[in-house]
Design a protein around this ligand. Sequence first.
Ligand code: AMP
Length: 139
Amino acid sequence: MQTSYDHDNIFAKILREEIPCIKIFEDEHTLAFMDVMPQTSGHSLVIPKEPVSTLYELSDEAALACIKTVKRVGKAVQQAMNINGSTVFQHNGKDAGQTVPHFHIHILPGSLFGIKGHAAEFADPDELKITAEKIIACL
Ligand code: AMP
């Protein structure tokens, strides 16, 4: 099912710099930043600058750009969090549990087992900034 894009969603506002994010990486097509309600320390997000809600509307060019950024940031997340594995996932639509309707890819150090619930609890912003610095140092 095709979904219409909500230009007022929170990630669209981050891209327009109307609200802040704790940025890890940015290039022409993508932005990576810390998840404010991390399911585990180091939980990061990669978004395209293209305004689409789900994977199924994403252009092939933007998909490639996202994967390149996920590879780069994901390796840095693993190194920074000193763990030799990560989980990469994304949701498509409300029925799949997507809460922010701008396409995004989650990078979680480690596995999904035994971690906090999805979008459940805000982290201390100062701790997020310290974690972001560690990841940036590994890029
Ligand atoms: P999803 O449920 O797949 O749409 O995931 C949305 C993610 O965005 C959740 O993990 C939230 O914790 C996270 N999130 C929501 N608002 C913000 C924000 N302002 N900055 C960073 N992450 C956010």
